[in-house]
Design a protein around this ligand. Structure first.
Ligand SMILES: [Zn+2]
Length: 133
């Protein structure tokens, strides 16, 4: 039987994440103490301040170097971490008539190589369709 983990703050079902986004997005003073072998999770609840956590360590939105797209619903939320494209950038491009990812990226002059596996704050998003809604 799979163990369902919940957020220690809000009780939401959480998402397992690899260490790479945790190391990438936690502020430096936090990173010094990271147990790299631990099981890390992230709370997907937009209204909850808890972000990455593991046994004995709980980070919040204030402990990160960027905002997480699923916590920040504003136009400044990063959506593509590889090319620094925000929600507002995408909305502007769509309003201008660009309807494909390629057209949107081209209109923003941000057709850069994709590095989502490394830079998406959830790690491998393909494995986590539930949070992509
Ligand atoms: Zn939470």
């Amino acid at each position: 039987m799979a163990i369902v983990k919940i957020c220690p703050h809000c009780g939401s079902i959480v998402v397992p994440v690899p260490i790479l986004p945790v190391k990438t997005y936690l502020k430096e003073q936090f990173v010094k103490e990271l147990p790299l072998e631990a099981d890390w999770h992230v709370c997907p609840n937009q209204k909850c301040p808890v972000t990455y956590f593991t046994k004995g360590i709980i980070s919040t939105i204030n402990d990160l170097t960027t905002s997480l797209w699923f916590k920040n619903k504003g136009p400044d939320a990063p959506i593509c971490y590889c090319a620094s494209i925000t929600r507002g950038d995408i909305e502007t491009a769509v309003r201008a008539g660009h309807t494909t990812i390629k057209a949107i990226r081209t209109s923003l002059d941000k057709n850069l190589p994709c590095d989502c596996k490394k830079l998406n704050p959830l790690g491998d998003v393909v494995a986590k369709p539930s949070i992509m809604r």
